[in-house]
Every structure is written in structure tokens, then in C-alpha cells.
Design a protein around this ligand. Sequence first.
Ligand code: ATP
Length: 258
Amino acid sequence: MRLADVWLRYRRRGPWVLRGVTAQLNPGEAATIVGPNGAGKSTLLNLAAGLLRPTHGLVTGRPARVGFVPERFPADQPFTARRYLTFMAKVQGLADPAPRIAELSDRLRLTPLLDTLLPELSKGSAQKVGLIQAMLIEPELLILDEPWEGLDARTRDEVPLIIAEILAAGRRVLVSDHFGQTAELPGIRVWELVNGELVDEGTDDEAKCVVELVVKADEVAKTVADLREGGHHVNRVRAADREDLESWHDMARSEGSS
Ligand SMILES: Nc1ncnc2c1ncn2[C@@H]1O[C@H](COP(=O)(O)OP(=O)(O)OP(=O)(O)O)[C@@H](O)[C@H]1O
């Protein structure tokens, strides 16, 4: 997908929000848009999603399946989360959406709230519905506007995994993030908006990540040996704390229920 000399203002003679933005996002690439409040991050995402049209310039090569998570999920709709997601899945052509909805709801810990009315959900839970909605049909381009807003810590931890999986499948991700948390994801391009112009700061090729595993105590020696054999550097081994064990039990539960 390519943005070529894109200019945007919301009304005639209004201030330019984007000025001559040129950028490209190839399959298997992710970019994070950074900049202060009002810099134009959401505007750029809406353009990429096809919800806004440039005043001048072109957006070309947008993939057919775009998943979009807006900054604020519009929760003022008289449906339960399950009905809303089922409807959205059918609109997108998914014949039997129940298994996919169950899988994603388990992953984002929304399952107990699936039969709650959308307006009764907390902001973070509504945000989860927005995230699930965008992933019902695996998107070729996933657009996330401030995905961490309102999410609890454990769901926040899922976001980088979701992004990594989409990239590994050769799809694309565009994310806005005024706290700069995504800038630390491996291989991500950083697009900074400065006075409406986009500065592509590229990727940090030297970036390193830590992957945490939880294994049974009697499997530690073998796991460490296997990882070393695979060419990985093992930093340290420590006893699992409560949070590690909770996530282990959650995983075991969701595997048992699927
Ligand atoms: N629908 C609209 N009509 C008129 N002006 C708008 C509209 N949406 C955004 N703007 C203006 O465009 C500029 C960029 O807004 P945008 O929401 O894209 O910024 P942002 O970087 O996403 O900000 P934030 O970090 O606060 O979410 C702001 O000056 C904003 O007031």
C-alpha cells in the first residue's frame, strides 16, 4: 500500500492536517505512527483504512481485507457483544462465526461478557470487542488506533503478539501510539508526524526482544538445551511468580475449552 503526496484538510481553507505525506507499507511490514495529540495520527489511519479521502494525492494498493480498530469503540448500540460480533462476521462473509468469536474472546478474556449489552461494557471491554471485530476475518492490513487505551495489563500484553503473528503471516499492521510503546516491537518502522509531514525513521535493526516461557520444573534443563541448540541466547531461569502461573492456568483453561 502506498500513500503518494497525500494532503488532507477537513474543510476548505481549513488548516492542513497532512502535508505531502508519502509512505509505503509492504506485506509483512508494520509501522507505528507517533506524534503528540493532534498531530494527525488518527487522520492518517482513517485515510489508510479508506474512511477518509485525501484532499490531494493518492492512496493505492490498499488490501481488500482491512481490519480497523478505532480509538474509541462506538459502544452505544443496543446489542450484546455476541450479537454484534456475529452480525459483523456475517457482513464480512464468515458463514459460521461462532468458533472464531469463541477463540478470539478466550484470547482477549472477553468470554464471560459476550452476552452483556454493549453500552453496559466498561471502556476496556468495549475496546476488546473492537479488537475482536477487526480480526474476525484475518485482515491483510490491521489498523489499530491507540490499541492500549483502556485495556488491562494482560490484554495489553496480547497486542504485540497479535501484531507479530500478523506480520509472520505476511500481512501488514499500521498502529498509532502516542506513548511510543509499539516503537519497541521488533522490525517495526517508525513514522513520525511533524507539522503534518511524515518522517520515516525506519526500523531499529539492532532491536532485541525477550521471549518469556513457562515450563514445568523438570523440563527446564531440556528446554534450555533445545533453545541453545536453536542458536538462542538464554538469559536466565527463574521460579514462576503468581502472574506467570495465572497466565499458564488461563492458557491451559482456554486450550481445554477449545
Ligand atoms: N472530523 C474532523 N473535523 C475537523 N477537524 C478534525 C477532525 N478530526 C480531526 N480534526 C483535526 O485534525 C487534527 C489532527 O487530529 P487527529 O485526531 O488526526 O490527531 P491525533 O494525532 O490522532 O491526536 P490524538 O493523539 O489526540 O488522538 C487536529 O487538529 C484535529 O482537531
